[in-house]
Design a protein around this ligand. Sequence first.
Ligand code: VG1
Ligand code: CO
Length: 543
Amino acid sequence: MSILTVKTTPFADQRPGTSGLRKKTTVFMQPNYLENFVQSVFDAIGGLSAKTIVLGGDGRYFNREAAQKILKMAAANGAAKVIVGQGGLLSTPAASCVIRKYRTDGGIVMSASHNPGGPKEDFGVKYNIANGGPAPEAVTEAIFECTRAISEYRLLDAPDIDLDALGETRLGDMSVVVIDPVADYEELMHGLFDFDAIRALFASGFTMRFDAMHAITGPYAQSILTGTLGAPEGTVVNAVPLPDFGGGHPDPNPVWARELMDLMFSDAAPDFGAASDGDGDRNMVLGRHVYVTPSDSLAVLAANAHLAPGYEDGLAGIARSMPTSAAADRVADKLGIGCYETPTGWKFFGNLLDAGKATLCGEESAGTGSNHIREKDGLWAVLLWLNILAVRREPVADILKSHWAEYGRNYYSRHDYEGIDAAAAATLMDDLRARLGSLPGTVSHGLTVVSADDFAYTDPVDGSRSEKQGIRIGFEGGARAVMRLSGTGTEGATLRVYLERFEPDPAKHDLDPQEALAAIAAAADEIAGITARTGRSEPDLMT
Ligand code: VG1
Ligand code: CO
């Protein structure tokens, strides 16, 4: 087996976004595209010589071919060992778990997360560092710099290896260890939660529907919920990961997980409903006839985490992304623990978790997680809910209501304008930025602007600075609108508008969130000129 050194030229568009590099699958499949990016990752981290990395993916179209290429490149770059999930599969949280457990130097996850998969849809690659978390900005920028200068990559000239057989094989001088993708992750969950209590909950007739959306969490949920915890067969649906996610959009929100939503609001609703995304790091949680927003879920989990063995000593702190609602802040306040506000993307939680400043983290985009790994973790959130339900034995709706009664309710919604013209979106943001100083005092739809800024973040651990992380417009009375452009899309631009209003009065906790937030949405539209500049009178998606 010989090492081939292949000449190549840079692609100009390989800057990682919010979570890795995501492109149309056809872009990734063109000659040298994947190879350039992977070689740039290796070069940016100082080479792979004698290192051990983890490799896995969410099973989407091109996963297997990409895995073979990455393995041959790792071997040619001198890696000592690659630990790979059977079939080239590992959920994002499981990859983080494995990187940490075996103290490896990092890992590569092949996924475009919640973006659809298939030959006409999206593929992606992200690199995680030795703490198991997404590469921080300094590393992703270094990778980008390497992609701009690359002139060759290294590849072992060898036949494909069998990724379906568990155990150790060799690829040139490198060892390849194929592992069960579920086992290490399940063991970690076992240590955090009271599995006996959850088993007793299911044994008492508690019912649940978990929609794996034909994505990676299927095998994990089957093994843990139906296997270990004794949930009835049929609890997990769409459990077989498919290369195109069954033609669906593996994003667990009320729109893309419509089937689950409909069931949970019907007479046949089980006690608890949940779903997860393409790579298993997001979660959606529902009770009978009630949808729990991710922001509320983070707050409820924080207030009740002590009911699970892994968190019985309390939390060190809570961190949330800036656009996430302040519901969790109220819990942190009451618990007297630290509360951190970070830019969007899980990579910003890594330092807070490593430094022991935060125990729970969350994002409004259906991401929740803790210091057990360094990624958000869909099934973990579901298991923590189950542990809490097993102890409290109350319906989800009652838990939510009593939470709001105690802390007040943060009405919250995100409006997405998808696939808009990238230049128009950039101009909208630039123009708004230029007007920030003059916005206070403006009255729109009965709301007076009292503050306007562009969120910037200084990491409290390493002092690194991230600018332009979202425009915040604060209104009199505490309501706010936040606007930012998505960093995960692959077509045009997506404008995200995040709306929030706090309501302390329990007599006013039963409003439809869209109604409760209508004036703020109208004001955001007017102030930023969304309809005027994008030609869209309505968002494509409201979550
Ligand atoms: C989105 C979400 C963000 C999340 C990111 C990756 O980013 O808003 O909260 O961390 O996706 O999640 P953006 O830049 O499109 O708003 V995942 O599950 O797609 O890895
Ligand atoms: Co994801």
